[in-house]
Design a protein around this ligand. Structure first.
Ligand code: NAP
Length: 249
């Protein structure tokens, strides 16, 4: 069974590093034309230069008001259509008790992690999917499914993203909306946890290793493909078995 995205066009936020970069590379290698988004042009150019297939880049802060509109327009202008939107970019500027978060960092977290997926999806719907059904892939987190110390505000955005996935699936019909909830994956985003506790955490997992960006990219590419055409509204946990490990992580 080959996973093919031949003829499809994908737009991916947060695609210069980590999970988003792996999703972009895997989708491009699977036949899609891919527009990579992140804030920094340099990082985007470097990522794109490593990829096989048809790729281009669009620099913008995903949380900016009109970023989704501009990115969707640029993608359609460059590749002629849009079939797949991956809402992957996220930020976590605050670590600590939910009761002590300040308004500025609360707003930034919600802008990038929740508002961007809503308004990028809206732009994709208006300019592409309403006429030709597409697929939206939301990268959430296992943190959106449970409470954990320090990450309360970030996890609120991920819980909301999991519900947004259900809600949009119920509203958008043949445009499929799917979610991915990764456990700990070795990226810059998780560097503190990986550097300090990675070995201990990996040893507790049934799979005996932390996640790699490629693990998430494989699932995202399958979910975006026609092989997953009867899947919508659900968010898939991919955590190396952390959820069933006796000690958990
Ligand atoms: N790593 C994990 O353990 C883990 C676990 C569960 C869920 N996740 C989720 O997986 C997704 C990707 O995380 P990651 O670990 O791959 O992160 P990462 O390695 O830190 O990469 C983040 C990417 O997003 C871009 N980015 C950051 N802020 C942005 C913004 N405001 N607008 C546009 N692009 C932005 C970054 O590039 P620029 O700096 O150029 O903008 C970079 O390309 C996130 O949604 C995260 O919540 C990660």
């Amino acid at each position: 069974m080959d996973v093919s995205l031949d003829g499809k066009v994908a737009l991916i936020t947060g695609a210069s590093r980590g999970i988003g970069k792996a999703i972009a590379a895997t989708m491009a290698a699977s036949g899609a034309s891919v527009m990579l988004n992140s804030r920094k042009q340099e990082g985007l150019d470097a990522a794109a230069s490593e990829m096989v297939g048809e790729v281009d880049v669009f620099a913008a802060n995903a949380g900016d008001d009109d970023a989704g509109e501009r990115a969707v327009a640029a993608t359609i202008e460059r590749f002629g259509r849009l079939d797949i939107l991956v809402n992957n970019a996220a930020t976590n500027p605050y670590f600590g008790p939910t009761m002590e978060v300040d308004k500025a960092r609360y707003d930034k977290t919600f802008q990038v992690n929740l508002e961007a997926p809503i308004f990028w999806s809206q732009a994709a719907w208006k300019h592409a999917f309403a006429a030709s059904p597409g697929t939206i892939v939301n990268v959430a987190s296992v943190g959106g499914l449970r409470a954990e110390g320090g990450l309360g505000v970030y996890n609120l955005t991920k819980a909301a993203l999991i519900h947004l996935t259900r809600q949009l699936a119920s509203e958008l019909g043949e445009t499929r909306v799917v979610g991915i909830a990764p456990g700990l994956v070795a990226t810059d985003f998780a560097a503190h946890l990986v550097d300090n506790f990675g070995d201990t955490l990996a040893a507790r997992l049934p799979t005996k290793r932390l996640g790699e960006p490629q693990d998430i990219a494989n699932l995202a590419t399958f979910l975006a493909s026609d092989l997953a055409s009867w899947i919508t509204g659900e968010t898939y946990v991919i955590d190396g078995g952390a959820g069933v490990a006796s000690a958990g992580i």
